[in-house]
Write a protein that binds this ligand. Structure first.
Ligand SMILES: [Zn+2]
Ligand SMILES: [Zn+2]
Length: 253
């Protein structure tokens, strides 16, 4: 499985402002930076976009992406999210004011986008991959995803604070090799992390202990203003199976 966290700074750097992963070039998980990918051919290859929750860093360029890849005809991008998130996107983003109502404008034979509701623990297959949504513990209802290509499984908990169901589910995923886990705040902001449903470096360390085994942990979602502090604190934990994501790098997992 090929996974890339799309760069979201200008010029590209290790700072992460927005969230969007590409899986095998054809599926996106979140659309923070999808619509600003300079290579339009790569945008057009993406046919399915999962949205884990409605926070702006995860949906910021979704309207730009749909605009970029639209072609008249029945073939269009599929947007997959919980029913609630689909309703938010329709009411607050594609509402005819912030952006044209691409959802109502989509006709069967001339569509911008079609929507599919996903639900916790209901696996769904797309592009030769199995996606299993699993709830995590964020400030709003959020579905992490486990992606399995039949050889390897990779987990994307999205934004989360301390959580249990996700790790309990992963304990039963035999092929799991890699988890992209957030660490948004340094230890000094642990209270804020707890209140907003994120991990500090302290709770990050506690979370990875909930899933023993030879897992590769890739740290994502460091708040840019604390990125160096978070890196120092995680390095200080002395864990040899933890690394920091490099936006724009293609991980062969
Ligand atoms: Zn969030
Ligand atoms: Zn986020």
């Amino acid at each position: 499985m090929r996974v890339e966290l799309l760069p979201s700074s200008t010029p590209p750097s290790d700072l992460q402002f927005l969230v969007s992963f590409l899986v095998n070039d054809v599926v996106a998980i979140d659309a923070g930076a999808l619509g600003i990918l300079a290579d339009l051919r790569r945008q057009r290859r993406v046919r399915h976009v999962f949205v884990t929750h409605e926070h702006l860093d995860h949906i910021a360029t979704l309207p730009i992406f749909l605009e970029n890849v639209y072609e008249p005809g029945p073939d269009c991008v599929e947007l997959l999210a919980s029913r609630q998130v689909l309703d938010f996107l329709h009411g607050d983003m594609f509402n005819g004011r912030v952006w044209p109502d691409f959802i109502d404008l989509s006709q069967v034979n001339d569509a911008f986008v079609r929507t599919t509701a996903i639900a916790p623990l209901r696996a769904i297959e797309r592009a030769g991959l199995t996606f299993t949504p699993v709830p995590v513990s964020h400030g709003v209802e959020t579905l992490g995803l486990v992606v399995d290509d039949g050889r390897t499984a990779v987990a994307f908990p999205s934004d989360t604070g301390p959580t249990n169901q996700f790790w309990e589910h992963l304990a039963g995923v035999e092929r799991l090799t890699t988890v992209f886990l957030e660490s948004s705040f340094p230890r000094s902001h642990g209270d804020l992390a707890d209140r907003t449903g994120h991990l500090s470096t302290a709770t990050f360390a506690a979370e990875i202990r909930k899933l023993p085994g030879a897992i590769r942990w890739i740290v994502v979602h460091r708040k840019a203003r604390y990125a160096d502090e978070i890196a120092r604190e995680i390095d200080g934990l002395g864990l040899d199976n933890v690394e920091f994501v490099r936006p724009g790098e293609v991980y062969e997992l």
